[in-house]
Design a binder for this molecule. Structure first.
Ligand code: IPE
Ligand code: IPE
Ligand code: MG
Length: 241
């Protein structure tokens, strides 16, 4: 493994929990519960490899449309996991962060999450961002709204808006774009995740279901990433110059 070519930012669409549970004839909720171990391993793995940012898609704006029992169980699991995992996050120097429409979450979830964010805020290792009630189109629309307001109030000139300026209004402001996006379970789509930020990301779609995603699977993903040639519009020859 080439340690020099480790991405600064890896984002994961943790998919396949429901199918994992179904394989065992269990309720979908068991799939979500078993996905927590994979989250733990992914965080540890990134810490070991020196990855600076790990972003996990945990709940999309569209996931509100799932049956209410599943949504409620997911909220409960989220609170439980945050409470249980925070001491380890601190021990491993991980800083917790969240993006998405957190205000749409139940109050107890927001409170626990904010407590965990505050409690880990001085850590200097991996930044772990949870995408919760996150949808990229809404994120972009919100950025446009804020910028339009400033323009209407004559605080900014429309001509001065450039990519860098626009990015500073996104929820991921301050976080570099992900070099690598992994989606487990064999699905090959973004499902409204980091649409702007993924402009030049490498994609990796293992068929393994999220609750089965272990360090060795993550290692495979990194190896595959390191084989890719990131050309950013240039020719292969130019890169070798
Ligand atoms: C991903 O697993 C977790 C969430 C979306 C919260 P799924 O629940 O989507 O699992 P599948 O895709 O139905 O197998
Ligand atoms: C995307 O997974 C969201 C998360 C993994 C949290 P879904 O399983 O909800 O995505 P679609 O609807 O199948 O595209
Ligand atoms: Mg799914």
């Amino acid at each position: 493994m080439d340690n020099l070519k480790v991405p600064r930012h890896i984002a994961i669409i943790m998919d396949g929990n429901g199918r994992w549970a179904k394989k065992f004839g269990l309720n979908r909720i068991y799939g979500h519960k078993n996905g927590v171990k994979s989250v733990r391993e992914a965080v540890e793995f990134c810490g070991e490899k020196g990855v600076e940012f790990l972003t996990l898609y945990a709940f999309s704006t569209e996931n509100w449309n799932r049956p209410s029992e599943e949504v409620n169980a997911l909220m409960e699991l989220l609170v439980d996991s945050i409470i249980k995992e925070t001491p380890d996050l601190n021990k491993n120097n991980v800083r917790l962060n969240a993006i998405g429409n957190l205000h749409t979450f139940p109050e107890n979830v927001c409170t626990k999450l904010n407590q965990a964010i505050v409690s880990t805020s001085n850590n200097t290792g991996l930044t772990l961002t949870l995408a919760l009630a996150y949808g990229s189109r809404l994120e972009i629309v919100e950025a446009v709204k804020q910028i339009a307001r400033k323009a209407a109030e004559k605080e900014i000139e429309p001509e001065s808006i450039n990519e860098k300026f626009f990015e500073s209004y996104l929820a991921t402001s301050g976080i570099p774009d992900p070099e690598l996006i992994i989606r487990t379970s064999g699905e090959q789509r973004l499902s409204n995740f980091l649409l702007w930020q993924a402009a030049y990301s490498e994609f990796y779609f293992p068929t393994v279901l999220w609750p089965d995603f272990r360090k060795k699977n993550f290692e495979e993903a990194l190896k595959e990433y390191q084989k890719r040639e990131r050309r950013f519009g240039k020719t292969s020859e130019q890169l070798k110059q």
